[in-house]
Write a protein that binds this ligand. Structure first.
Ligand SMILES: [Zn+2]
Length: 220
């Protein structure tokens, strides 16, 4: 298993996160990756510093939001950890801190429900007004997931094991930052299987994906 995170957040995603502009499920996955990844924490810190400088330069002008606002609170459950936070590299055996603390879970206590052959899931509740979908997926070794497109952004963070698709292989700690234009067919590692945290900007995407996952059961 890899011990180094090689797949990171897109700069655009980090910028939106820094500005508080990401949908809640996507922000949750960003927080989880940041807890594991010193490189992305450093990039976020640079962006926030740049934002603070821009704000300082505009001290006498009204600010109307935008990427220069580094106003994300540091003391909430989903806030990015500080640069001095301990680095958890790939191969860790527990959920990233922001998810574990918010939902009171560990990798061993996730109440999995069967979604289809070789596929288990656990949906993580969002706050009242939030839209999108956040869930943990557990894919059996070698299990191929149906090819699917994306209606809105999707972030996948590997927590255990690995998976591969047309774009490469993703190990524990790696993140796949998928835009709307991508279609892919993830396959869980043939020995390790895969547990991942998946966020979708829009629930419609997951309805379509899960309907197809359930096809072998329902015969639809
Ligand atoms: Zn990273």
């Amino acid at each position: 298993m890899s011990t180094t995170i090689t797949r990171h957040l897109e700069a655009e995603t980090l910028m939106s996160y820094a500005a508080g502009g990401l949908a809640e499920p996507l922000a949750a996955v960003v927080s989880a990756h940041l807890a594991l990844c010193p490189a992305c924490r450093a990039e976020l810190a640079d962006m926030e510093l740049m934002g603070a400088c821009l704000l300082g330069a505009r001290a006498n002008q009204p600010v109307h939001g935008g990427v220069a606002v580094p106003a994300r609170p540091r003391d909430t459950a989903m806030a990015a950890p500080s640069l001095s936070a301990p680095s958890l590299t790939a191969g860790h055996d527990r959920l990233p801190g922001p998810i574990a603390r918010r939902y009171g879970l560990s990798l061993e206590t996730i109440p999995w429900k069967r979604l289809g052959p070789g596929v288990m899931h656990h949906r993580l509740p969002l706050s009242g007004s939030a839209t999108g979908d956040l869930r943990l997926l557990k894919i059996a070794a070698g299990r191929r997931m149906p090819e699917h497109g994306h209606a809105g952004g999707e972030l996948t963070l590997v927590l255990d094991g690995a998976y591969g698709d047309e774009t490469g292989t993703y190990f524990a700690g790696d993140i796949q930052d998928v835009g709307e234009e991508i279609e892919h067919t993830p396959i869980a590692d043939k020995e390790l299987g895969c547990i991942c945290l998946v966020a979708s900007e829009r629930p419609a995407h997951f309805k379509g994906l899960f309907a197809r996952l359930l096809q072998p059961l329902t015969g639809m």
